[in-house]
Design a protein around this ligand. Structure first.
Ligand code: MN
Length: 728
């Protein structure tokens, strides 16, 4: 973290040499000399020579492995503003590139941060623009601010608070957004010292007091981790440290507690060689210590916007304490510490193509700047992006829940408890009632409204943002589907077997059922019922396996007279299933056997309802069908057409046309129907004694719309008296 050795020209040069083999150190020497001459005689508020400040700034830039122009800019950054030196001199001496960088930093420094929000917005915009032009300007400014914060004690209290607040509002978020975590953390800790000195010093005191105890604990836990990992041949760097003051402070604020627990302020870090070992280590740790649910975060698979990668988890440690652990590779560690600077490669002072990807965020800000003319709006947008990752909301009791950006009352409900999520019907947000899809904002107080009859639905998956809520909803729906499929499958089998003198319970007891199901890769009765309920196995498939062929054929013969379709049903069940089942979606049931009621013969486009039928899956009727209205309400299920493209299925419909009996009318009718690209399966014509003709056509149409077009075309023909769709 903080690199606080006393900076000298020599330390800067030796740091630069660690990452630049052919560093042009003479330029750095010249810049140092130039700044030293310019600042000669000036003192800082601390009474020390002024040159200490630019030297420290340049050293921080070297710690960030920045290029030589950046380091030179660090040395020169205050010369134009505070001394007689001019930009022209700098350009003459060090070139245009460096002169522009110094100019950029000087201009940023001249931004007067007023309390007025509008002023701040405008200032912020300038800063972002400077960043977009050359991000090195903002990095020099960050290093400058870091050193100023480190030496803030020498200023008067009013200025301390002002600078600290500005640092917390603007510079720490920018450091975070750029992924330079050590600068962000140090800045935050320093602001705490001036904004909440009472808390800061109390924390400092307590942490100092418990130092020995803590170190002993860290040593002990690190040794345990190390040993466990070694058992699995993982050689890791395990380190523990007290958390930063600011994050402890935030935690105290969040939980509204005092700092007491010595363990609660320690975080562990495990650094391994490769990604596989990261996950392996996670497994080892979770196997040894119980993980705290909901605390695991995989930033390796899903890196943060600032390129940060790590696995985060919290486990219950040997004393029942919570241990926060980060697991990452050495590369990830470098990025975590150095942020986007760690990605940067300079080719003769310029970004290479790889580094350009890292400034896309800045480019996006530049685009916003074009779109948003109102500075306040701009600040709002930028603020939102800087804190985009999380929303913090309160429970009615004041407990804080951390949710993803865009989270809804449902996410909140599931964050409280699975049951609260499952039964959620809405929420009171800051006392007002809002629907499930309302987007929560940081600071909202949320109270979930539940109803005992509420259950999760598939639509909820589109509403929720958090993966936890998504997983819980999916689990619920799956479970519900299985239960329904189980019930349905059992009913279907029972009904299907009865005509052959079998009862399901007997077959179940004797094990015959399972034996018949074994070739279908089914291991339990329950599994079988579910498979039948889902329509993966048809009842007829199973009947064929249980009932001897002769008995089946005998039954078939007997049934033939009364039910022609029985034979087809038994042998062609699978075919039928795939054709129609895909056209209909049954609420909460996947892949179920579907048939259409012959009483009303629904067409895509008709409003429909379904009934669970004993032995035959779900029968679909037109909603107004008399038979459907008569059916048992208990068995009613919601069904929907699922036709993704026009004409995906063809349905037989019977239409009756009454015309005057004139020559050529049949040809006219057929031609009209065929002109819609519709196949006529059969036609029956009879004439009446009052000189009318009645034609009944069986046609294959795709949907209701097509039928209506045909009907009105027929009605428009000369001599046609009526056209009617027959329901049976
Ligand atoms: Mn400065």
């Amino acid at each position: 973290m903080a690199k606080q050795s006393v900076a000298t020209l020599k330390t800067i040069c030796s740091k630069v040499e660690t990452y630049y083999l052919d560093a042009k150190l003479d330029l750095i020497h010249r810049a140092y000399q130039f700044a030293d001459d310019a600042h000669r005689g000036q003192l800082r508020s601390s009474g020390e020579p002024y040159m200490i400040h630019p030297t420290e700034v340049a050293q921080t830039l070297a710690d960030l492995h920045l290029d030589i122009p950046s380091i030179i800019t660090g040395l020169l950054h205050d010369t134009v503003e505070d001394t007689h030196a001019t930009l022209e001199e700098i350009e003459k001496e060090f070139g245009k590139d460096i002169a522009e960088l110094v100019d950029g930093v000087t201009k940023l420094s001249q931004i007067a941060f007023k309390t007025s929000e509008e002023k701040q917005a405008e200032n912020f915009r300038k800063m972002i623009l400077a960043m977009a032009k050359d991000i090195r300007v903002i990095l020099v400014k960050l290093a400058d601010r870091l050193n100023n914060m480190r030496t803030l004690e020498h200023l008067i209290p009013y200025k301390q608070k002002m600078i600290a607040q500005e640092t917390l509002d603007i510079y720490a978020p920018i450091a975070n957004r750029l992924g330079i975590s050590w600068i962000k953390l140090e800045l935050e800790d320093l602001t705490l010292r001036y904004l909440h000195p009472h808390i800061y010093f109390k924390l400092a005191q307590r942490i100092a007091k418990t130092k020995r105890e803590r170190e002993k604990y860290i040593e002990e836990v690190a040794a345990i981790f190390d040993e466990r990992l070694k058992e699995y041949d993982i050689h890791a760097l395990v380190a523990g440290r007290a958390k930063h003051f600011y994050s402890i402070f935030k935690k105290m604020e969040r939980r509204k507690v005092e700092y007491e627990d010595v363990y609660d302020v320690i975080a562990f870090r495990i650094i391994v060689d490769n990604i596989t070992e990261c996950y392996k280590s996670l497994g080892v740790i979770h196997a040894a210590y119980k993980p705290v649910p909901g605390r695991f975060k995989d930033y390796i698979a899903m890196p943060k916007a600032n390129a940060y990668q790590s696995l985060h988890t919290t486990v219950i440690g040997p004393y029942g304490e919570r241990i926060e652990i980060q697991i990452r590779t050495q590369d990830m560690h470098q990025v975590a510490e150095g942020g986007i600077a760690a990605h940067w490669k300079y080719k003769e002072g310029k970004f290479d193509s790889r580094s350009r990807e890292n400034v896309t965020w800045v480019n996006r800000l530049l685009e916003w700047h074009k779109d948003l003319s109102d500075p306040n709006e701009f600040l709002e947008t930028v603020k939102i992006d800087l804190f985009a990752e999380d929303v913090f909301v309160f429970t009615p009791k004041g407990e804080v829940k951390q949710l993803s950006h865009g989270a809804t009352p449902l996410d909140f409900g599931y964050a409280v408890h699975t049951d609260v999520g499952n039964k959620c019907v809405g929420a009171k947000v800051n006392g007002k009632i809002f629907p499930l899809k309302h987007r929560l904002k940081s600071g909202d107080t949320v109270e979930i409204i539940t109803s005992p009859t509420q259950t999760p639905s598939k639509d909820w998956l589109k509403i929720v943002k958090s993966s936890r809520a998504k997983a819980k909803i999916r689990t619920f729906i799956k479970e519900q589907e299985r239960n329904r499929a189980h019930k349905l499958g059992k009913e279907m089998l029972d009904k299907g077997l009865r005509p052959f003198g079998h009862t399901l319970s007997k077959l179940e007891k004797s094990g015959e059922l399972l034996k018949a199901a074994q070739p279908l890769n089914i291991r339990t009765d329950s599994e079988l019922f579910i498979a039948v309920g889902y329509g993966r196995i048809t009842t007829d498939e199973l009947i064929q396996k249980i009932v001897p062929k002769e008995a089946l054929e005998k039954k078939l013969e007997a049934a033939k007279a009364e039910d022609q379709s029985f034979l087809k049903r038994v042998f062609n069940a699978a075919k039928k299933k795939s054709e129609t089942s895909n056209a209909i979606t049954v609420a909460d049931l996947d892949d179920v056997l579907i048939r259409f009621g012959r009483c009303c013969n629904p067409l895509p486009g008709d409003s429909i309802i379904g009934f669970i039928t004993r032995g035959r899956g779900v029968t679909v009727h037109i909603a107004s069908c008399a038979k459907a209205l008569d059916s048992d309400k208990e068995r009613k299920v919601e069904v929907q057409w699922n036709i993704t493209e026009k004409g995906a299925i063809k349905r037989h419909v019977r239409i009756r046309v009454v015309t005057l009996d004139e020559p050529g009318f049949l040809a006219l009718m057929s031609q009209t129907i065929s002109s819609f690209g519709v196949n006529i399966a059969s036609a029956n014509i009879r004439t009446t004694h009052d000189k009318k003709a009645i034609a009944v056509f069986d046609v294959e149409v795709g949907d209701l719309g097509q039928l209506q077009k045909i009907t009105s075309a027929l009605e428009g023909k000369k001599g046609v008296i009526s056209v009617e769709r027959l329901r049976s």
